[in-house]
Design a protein around this ligand. Structure first.
Ligand code: SF4
Length: 187
């Protein structure tokens, strides 16, 4: 029996991430990422990389966004389209239950797209040029307890297929490491 885990793209490829500047947060996430991926490999878990919805729409030079900006029909449709082939793969693994065990999906908390329990929110829009109160606008960003847009679309697609109880959706989040580590087999 092989164990299969679907993971957000940047859990295996941090080059896709938006450029970040908070070194303490970067270090904490990287430490957990290495622990999580290392343990997955050591325990023989097969990792399937989800597509990155932001890189595939906005590329490597994108700004940091909040979930409110991505919560529109166009971005949600993009998420749905790039997830469709992944869910076809998942369907096949679930259909061959005597050979494969689907452990679940792991997102990245805090992301406007891949957050599972937490995402970032603010009333952000518009150009920066000549803008009054830009610092206050940027500082209004908050971590809130709800999923990012990509993970919300994914959970909707799981529910449409009746798989919501078969596929656990968890997240990599440095302050709460057990959420992702708990999906892996014990050492
Ligand atoms: S959108 Fe998701 S996969 Fe892409 S960089 Fe952000 S957290 Fe990672």
């Amino acid at each position: 029996m092989q164990s299969i885990l679907f993971v957000s793209h940047c859990i295996l490829n941090t080059a896709a991430k938006v450029v970040l500047y908070n070194q303490a947060e970067i270090d904490a996430e990287e430490q957990l990422r290495r622990r999580f991926v290392g343990r997955a490999l050591e325990t023989g878990v097969q990792l399937i990389q989800l597509p990155c919805p932001e890189f595939t729409l906005y590329g490597a030079r994108r700004w940091g966004h909040v979930s409110d900006q991505f919560d529109n029909p166009f971005f949600r449709d993009h998420c749905r389209r790039i997830l469709e082939p992944v869910l076809q793969q998942m369907e096949e693994y679930l259909a061959c239950g005597e050979r494969f065990e689907v452990l679940g999906v792991v997102g990245v908390d805090g992301s406007p797209s891949c957050g599972v329990d937490y995402t970032c929110t603010a009333d952000w829009y518009g150009s920066f040029e000549g803008r009054q109160g830009l610092d206050e606008t940027l500082a209004s960003c908050q971590l809130v307890r709800r999923p990012g847009v990509f993970m919300r679309v994914l959970t909707e697609m799981l529910a449409e297929r009746g798989w919501q109880d078969r596929v656990a959706v968890r997240s990599l989040f440095a302050p709460e490491p057990d959420k992702c580590l708990g999906l892996l087999p014990a050492d």
